[in-house]
Design a protein around this ligand. Sequence first.
Ligand SMILES: [Zn+2]
Ligand SMILES: [Zn+2]
Length: 155
Amino acid sequence: MILQLRQIFELSGQSVDIDVSLPAEQLNESEPFLEFSAPLEIRGAVKSRSGVVTLDYAVKTTLSQQCDRCLKAFDREYGYEFSHTLVRELANDSDEDEYEDYIVCPDNTLDIAELALSELKLSLPSKILCNEDCLGLCPVCGQDLNEGDCECEEI
Ligand SMILES: [Zn+2]
Ligand SMILES: [Zn+2]
């Protein structure tokens, strides 16, 4: 979904509400490494106040995942909040680090679906565990050690 922001940039005191729901089927087609079991909900607003344009939004979804240690499948809900300052261009002498939270919208538009999806992916944990204390599988017999010890000798 593309937000049209020309008015926001040119008039102060404006705001645009964001309320987007991307269907799971569509996301599963475009995102081969994730499996969505619920839509990706994006809610928030773009506001301009005293010449400064800010974007605040929250994403929420549910993913079907598999534990990296015991391979158990489960659904888990994820939710994150993000804030940015939107600008049409960065000053030439700008120090990149200082503008980390800035998003440049040179043509007065912002693809909120693309942004939300990329920020979601960056926020997800790199290790997926069914439980912090998951014991995993026995490397010898494959027994799920969360369900009890096996007969194998300790390695
Ligand atoms: Zn596990
Ligand atoms: Zn074993």
